[in-house]
Write a protein that binds this ligand. Sequence first.
Ligand SMILES: Nc1ncnc2c1ncn2[C@@H]1O[C@H](COP(=O)(O)OP(=O)(O)OP(=O)(O)O)[C@@H](O)[C@H]1O
Ligand SMILES: [Mg+2]
Length: 357
Amino acid sequence: MLRVTGLIKRFQSEQRADLAAVDDVSFEVETGKLLTLLGPSGCGKTTTLRSIAGLEEPDAGEIQLGSSVVFSRSRGVSLPSNRRRVGMVFQSYAIWPHMTVFQNVAYPLEGSGVSRNEVRKRVARVLGLVGLEALMERPAPFLSGGQQQRVALARALVAEPEVLLLDEPLSNLDAKLREQMRIELRAVQQRVGLTAVYVTHDQTEALAISDVIGVMNAGRLVEHGAPSEIYDRPRSRFAAEFIGAANVVPLSDLRAEGGKARARTPWGEIYFLSNGLTTPRSIVIRPEDFQLVANGEGENIWPARLEQVIFLGAAYECRLGLSGTTLRAQFPRSAALSAGQQIYVQVDFRRCIPLEE
Ligand SMILES: Nc1ncnc2c1ncn2[C@@H]1O[C@H](COP(=O)(O)OP(=O)(O)OP(=O)(O)O)[C@@H](O)[C@H]1O
Ligand SMILES: [Mg+2]
């Protein structure tokens, strides 16, 4: 278990003296779960990880790892990095080029009092976990990017950390390998029951790998939830637009009608569930939630013009014109579509996501 409470970190730099790189961030990761911190460049992800690892000294807050408080500003506790039982994997794998795979992975155990026999056993076990046992004696420079990444992971695991911290560990790999490695990483994390914090600015990666996603913006944790919760029910425009594609449409003339909410959009009436919001100001429609329908009769059905149709292989990505408003839509490729066509589209009222902004 990892618990971060009220974490604040300010860097002394002239331009942003009053701004905190990490601004009152709190979260908890249950044992065996993977939390992803997701957010744009500069939002404070790395600083949060480095604070947990003991590589930055926060200005305020508390960090608890398992049963021990490793940092607490108010209680004057700050354990050095090497006593925190964290494993770290960075974007640059930082493996030693003059060592073999075995030596790289055994490195964190050196001088720890673990017997040579035990070191052999532990290294063999973690190399087995990442599928590298056959390459144990190979010098590090003779490894592919994906294999180097696995060595870095094995090295982070060999000391049996309480929490594994991963900072964009896959971003140096090409797209295909990145997809494969994130599946492997997730499998290892689940098999071992590791508690992990994963940092990325890639929303697809975050959706694929996480038990919980924490969305960060400008030093703050703005939203926090299971991947499907964040995708289906974002509470802020920032999260709605950062994760997945979103049409954000302004609303006016809000009314309640038969258990649903009803409001005006720039092109017509829309029905939706207000989800407890008293004054929704806009509605989010995901591109894939538009359905093609045969005629204009019914709730949340509107005439539209296909302004642009882009074939993506598995689907069509389209620009839809609805009385002067252009929206993004995605349709299955089974529909025969071409630009200029007049169609009718429908959106299920349960798929419309109201926002208070
Ligand atoms: N050592 C430092 N000295 C001064 N400012 C720093 C330092 N490290 C980070 N910052 C600033 O703190 C903010 C957060 O940086 P951080 O590296 O945590 O962002 P990040 O979310 O990891 O971004 P990226 O996705 O680009 O890696 C940025 O504005 C950055 O410029
Ligand atoms: Mg970073």
